[in-house]
Design a protein around this ligand. Sequence first.
Ligand SMILES: [Ca+2]
Ligand SMILES: [Ca+2]
Length: 254
Amino acid sequence: MIEVRWKPLVLIAVGMFLAPVTLAPSALGAASAPMYKGDVIYAEANHNDNEKKKKNDLPGWDHAALYIGNYRIVEADPHMENWSKDEKKGNYPFNISLVLELHYRSYHAPYDQNHYGKVEYSPLSEITSGEYYQDFLYAWVKVKQEDRDQAVRWAEMRAKPQWPRLNSSTKNYSRPFDYLSPWVIHSKQYENWNDPDEITEWQMSIPRYGYYCSELVWAAYRATIGINLDGRPLTPVVWPSDIEASSYTVEYEP
Ligand SMILES: [Ca+2]
Ligand SMILES: [Ca+2]
């Protein structure tokens, strides 16, 4: 709380006493924080106006992240902005060999996870600044705050650089970005492997070890308190908009 600036502090205090309701954007400004630790953030990337790029735009939101308090989020980020020219021009995500290559590099040393994706801490402003996303929305999850806190702790554990990685003898990686599950095997998974010293090479190699953005948010709640945030459970992948469709999430304007 000490680090929080005056205006947001007021907003957080208001949020604690009011029932969660839609707040007028004009009253809050562009950088208002979500109300609760464990809130979900959806974001829409900046390419809807570009017909050429529109084809690889997800239906509904493009990204989902978990708010962890103090203007910070935990997210699974593919870091597309750092891909090489060829990777950017490679018709992602429809080019399966490119998807497999990105997945391999995210999961294996010596490739740089800042180029090929990982679970990580980021400032909330990465979503709200307008640099990467043209629109965003928040949601609170209809459970107790102590349950949301559990989901946050689970996600933070995977964002910390304390995990082993294939082809490396050090444990200073966060969890990799899972490209395989959304685009190739069309699935989602979660695990409760909470001790970095107990991870085997086999565990490091499978889709369960890494996360795509909305899978991370879904898994944080599924692995800890058992609720299923996939509001469209008949499709195995959990897209950001599937979380929005869940009866557990209550969306509200920033
Ligand atoms: Ca996964
Ligand atoms: Ca689904």
